[in-house]
Every structure is written in C-alpha cells, then in structure tokens.
Write a protein that binds this ligand. Structure first.
Ligand code: NAI
Ligand code: AKG
Length: 444
C-alpha cells in the first residue's frame, strides 16, 4: 500500500465520524501524490504525513451563558491549533449550529496550507462553537462571546494564536471578544484580527476575502487567455465574502446575477443591487426574501439553485459542500468557464473532478480565498509596529499577494506535470514551505 493511502486510512480510523476532515485530508494528500512519491522513503521514516494530519493541540470547552429571559444555555467551544511550523496559529472562529470537532479540524487543516501560500509567517488553526447567533439580541451575543473568551484567552496571544472571524463571527463578535481578552489578560495586543478601526483593525480587512477572490480570479482568467470584464457571474452566500466578492466583481466590470442564504436564493438578471444587499445583510441582518422589495424585477426561490443559472464564472462563497456533482453538471452544460472558491471546501471532490474533466478552470479555496487571512497577517504587522496603513496600501499588498498565489500555484502544478491543475498546484506550493520548516525544526 502506498504511504498516501496508508495515512488516509489511518486518519479515517483515528478520527471516526469526522467526514469533512476525512474529505479535506483526502483532497490534499491525493493531490500531493507526485511530491510524496518522490520522497516516500524519507517522509515515511519521518512520519511526516502522520504529523501533518495530527493537530498540535485541540481544545474543547464548555461555554455557559444566560439569555434575556434568565435561562442558562451551554454551548461547546473549540480551538484546534493545527500547525505552528511557519508562524503563530492563525485562523477564524466559526459560530454556527453545525459546528463540531470534525468541521473545525477540516478548516484548521486547510488553513495550514492556505496560510503558507500567502507567503506570510502564519501557522494554521481554527475554532468556533455550535452557538447560533441568528435571532439573538446584542446582549445575548455579548454574553456568549465573553463566556467563550473567558476560556479561550488562556490559550491564545499575539505571538501564539491569533483568531479572527468566519461564518457567524463578524466585527461585533470580534469586538466583544477583544474586550473580554483585554479585561482578563490585562494586555492590549493584536490577539484577534478583523478588529474595528478604532481599536487596531486594518483598513480593507472587511473587504479582503471577497476582493482577494476577485483579484485571484481576474489573474487566473488572464493566465488562461480570458477576461473577467463583461462576464456573468453566480455568487452563492450573502455574508462577508459574498458581499465583497460581488462588489469587486462589479468594479472589475462583471455582472453578478445571484446571491443566496441558507433559506433560498435571488436571481437578479440586471445585476445584484449591492446597496440593497448590504442594507439587508449588514444593517438589518435580515433574510434575502427582503431583496424583492428593493428590486421588484428580481426572482426569489426557496432552497438551493444558484448553480442552475447560465453564467461564465461561478463563485461559491457560502459554506462547505454547497456545490455538488449535479450542480457541476449544470454549470458545465450552461457553458461555465471558471469556478473559484470563496468559501472553504464548497465543492465536493466528485464535483471538482467533474469540472476539471470538462475543461472548467477550477481554483481551490485555499488559494482563491487566502486574501482574508493574508490581510489579517497585515493587520498583525500593523499592530506590532503600532501603525495603521492606508486602504490603498493594504489593498495594493492584497492584490500583489493574490497575483503571486495564482502564479505560484500555476508554476507548482506545471513543475510536476499537472499544468492547469490549480488544486495540485496550490497544495504542492503550500505543502513545500510547511514541510521545509517542519524538517528544519526536528521531530516536533
Ligand atoms: N470571512 C473571511 O474572511 C473568510 C471566510 N471564508 C469562508 O467563506 C465562507 C463564508 O464565510 P463568511 O462570508 O465570512 O460568513 P458569513 O457568516 O458572513 O456569511 C455566510 C453566508 O453563507 C450563508 N450560508 C451559511 N450556511 C449556508 C448553507 N447551508 N446554505 C446556503 N448558504 C449558507 C449564510 O446565509 C451567509 O450568507 C465560509 O466557508 C468561510 O469559512 C474563507 C476565508 C476567509
Ligand atoms: O483572517 C483570519 O485569520 C482567518 C480567515 C479564515 O478563517 C479563513 O481563511 O478561512
């Protein structure tokens, strides 16, 4: 049995009932086969793959909080500190009822290679809780965030582990968590990113993941002799990544015709009205059913369906496993040319393979959505030097980083004989740096 197959089997056996983690490990290790086979004896002896698939530390803790009626609730908190070979653990906190250890581990594992791809000194981690922020009052959100941070603050710090936002964790939650960290630990430091601008946040971090996705997609299309301007785009989701992906796509001359949330989706043939979307989601925290009030000519559909629309470019920006094999078939049938992942692992392995086999250019999330964490690392730099850079300065750096990731992934794929396979390229380019650092640091 090959070393890759052995370790995939071992991961499944050692981590039962964690299908998302198995999926992420399979996707990465399968695509690394050429590199691993070229070094099989050495890596086996060093147990390199066993080490890289085992988190350095996993924290699981009780989060009790009191609702507005005086009722006590108990949620579970997680922080998986996956790999610190190239820098302090870095990665977001997800607040969603679906959260469990397997989901946090898949996200933490992906984060290791993504963070490496940015070229910046950040290791990989992820955390969160099964707490559902939907429908909660501000006071309830604060109560949860304070309780969550009361435990988490013992394990994080500006030079050890720097969490940030993810699904369900935005500027409001980061603010409450930062306040509690400072109160308990008594230090004012850049322990979280995605902070508000008045207390150490970076300009352009809010926009960074969505903007970065579009800088990446634009470059990818140029590299493949295409142009984004004038193209029709499907976006899924309507949160932080989806909103700023839509904004930058529009600025670059493309027309975004869909957005979605967990209840349904909108088709606006004239192009999504961004001001309406921001008001619905960022100000009112409401459902997409509201969109029709702003745009009577748009359509609202219950359930899934954004991938059934005829588009040139598809940008999944909601959550994992939201683009399935049947969706991939519809996209191909409708002539879609490019799929670039704004979310983490939104496309299943079968759907990815189908798209690639049918000539669709496919960009994996760990490359295409790395702009968020890259800008978080820029926020850490600004906090360390106690300075704030202008929007233009951060945005220019973000763009450079995304263009570099695109070229590095393309070059790595070509080096190993997989020209045009950006999954292979991104995984190899991310893996090489982490392995180099792990080997230099001995058996740890
Ligand atoms: N915020 C960031 O900087 C980064 C986020 N990501 C990833 O991007 C994705 C979206 O994250 P954010 O926009 O930050 O979160 P968010 O909480 O701002 O928005 C999430 C969006 O996805 C929708 N959604 C959630 N579950 C869904 C489901 N089952 N079906 C359809 N829609 C669903 C929600 O309604 C919401 O519109 C996640 O996969 C996240 O891990 C990746 C890199 C950085
Ligand atoms: O900005 C960060 O540190 C984390 C972003 C994140 O969670 C992600 O890249 O998936």
């Amino acid at each position: 049995m090959s070393y890759v197959d052995e370790v995939i089997d071992l991961v499944v056996k050692k981590n039962p009932a964690e299908p998302e983690f198995h999926q992420a490990v399979k996707e990465v290790l399968e695509s690394l086969r050429p590199v691993i086979e070229a070094n099989e004896e050495k890596y086996r002896k060093e147990a390199l793959l066993e080490r890289i698939t085992e988190p350095e530390r996993q924290l699981k803790f009780r989060v009790p909080w009191v609702d507005d009626n005086g009722q006590v609730h108990v949620n579970t908190g997680y922080r998986v500190q996956f790999n610190s070979a190239i820098g302090p653990y870095k990665g977001g906190l997800r607040l969603h009822p679906s959260v469990n250890l397997g989901i946090i581990k898949f996200l933490g594992f992906e984060q290791v290679f993504k963070n490496s791809l940015t070229g910046l000194p950040i290791g990989g981690g992820k955390g969160g809780s099964d707490f559902d922020p939907k429908g909660k009052s501000d006071r309830e959100i604060m109560a949860f965030c304070q309780s969550f941070m009361t435990e988490l603050c013992k394990h994080i710090g500006a030079d050890t582990d720097v969490p940030a936002g993810d699904i369900g964790t935005g500027a409001r939650e980061i603010g409450y968590m930062f306040g509690q960290y400072k109160r308990i630990r008594g230090v004012y430091e850049g322990v979280l990113t995605g902070k508000g601008l008045s207390y150490g946040g970076s300009l352009a971090r809010t926009e960074a993941t969505g903007y970065g996705l579009l800088y990446f997609t634009d470059e990818l299309m140029k590299l493949n002799g295409m142009e984004l301007a004038g193209k029709t785009v499907a976006v899924s989701g309507s949160g932080n990544v989806a909103i700023y992906a839509t904004e930058k796509a529009q600025q670059l001359g493309a027309k975004v015709v869909t957005v979605s949330d967990s209840n349904g989706w909108v088709y606006d043939p004239e192009g999504i009205d961004l001001a309406a979307l921001k008001e619905i989601k960022e100000v009112n925290r409401a459902r997409l059913t509201e969109y029709k009030k702003y745009r009577p000519n748009s359509e609202y559909h219950e359930g899934r369906g954004v991938w059934s629309v005829k588009v040139d470019v598809a940008l999944p920006c909601a959550t994992q496993n939201e683009l399935l094999l049947d969706d991939a078939k519809m996209l191909v049938e409708n002539g879609c040319k490019v799929v670039a992942e704004g979310a983490n692992m939104p496309t299943t392995i079968e759907a990815t393979e189908y798209l690639q086999q049918h000539g669709v250019i496919f960009a994996p999330g760990k490359a295409a959505n790395a702009g968020g964490v890259a800008t978080s690392a820029l926020e850490m730099s600004q906090n360390s030097e106690r300075l704030s850079w202008s929007f233009e300065e951060v945005d220019a750096k973000l763009k450079d980083i995304m263009v570099n990731i695109c070229h590095n992934a393309a070059d790595a794929a070509e080096r190993y004989g997989f020209k045009g396979n950006y999954v292979v390229g991104a995984n190899i380019a991310g893996f090489e740096k982490v392995v180099d650092a792990m080997e230099a640091q001995g058996i740890v």
